[in-house]
Write a protein that binds this ligand. Sequence first.
Ligand SMILES: *[C@@H]1O[C@H](CO)[C@@H](O)[C@H](O)[C@H]1NC(C)=O
Length: 203
Amino acid sequence: LPSCQLCLCLGTSVYCDDAGLERVPALPADTTYLYARFNRIGAVRSGDFSGLEKLKRIDLSSNSISWADADAFRRLPSLQELLLPENLLTARRFISKGFLSVGVHLRGFISALSLQDLKQLQFLHLSDNQLDFIPVPLPESLRSLHLQNNKIQTMHEDTFCDSQEQGQIRQALEDIRLDGNPINLSLFPNAFFCLPRLPTGRF
Ligand SMILES: *[C@@H]1O[C@H](CO)[C@@H](O)[C@H](O)[C@H]1NC(C)=O
């Protein structure tokens, strides 16, 4: 595969850090870990990760990603870590192909992105982007959500906890970072009752 000439394939890990890439390289079907940090990748397309059923970690930190197709991360049954910090993602571009401006559509398209289908996802790191919305619904398996240094000003009360289900406990989700955003978390007193720990951020 071309990626193993351009990058270093070691076992089932593919190392493509700082390789001048402008797009996600074609990957061997048995890839489990992809490291493609410090490149110039601008978009993630629907076909980029298709059929990679063993993929556990995608690390695209420090690229120029401003676009991800709605189904770019679909059908990745083994994915545990999706790491996209230090990119140019905005909520709207992250979640949709078209021009959408209202919350209802945002929710619809976030569902279309299907993070929820990532049944094994534990780490979702989106710090240092331009996001103004927390992507929902968040998979139940999630342990760590990093959204520090974005543009999030507000959130829905049901983002983390289901307000209809007062007994709910989301034991896994213990690391939420919202510091470095303009949101005042005191304004959402009912949004955190199911969490083992409060998010970091301004209260
Ligand atoms: C956040 O909002 C609360 C309630 O309105 C207010 O008391 C608090 O000072 C605000 N905190 C910041 C950091 O703006």
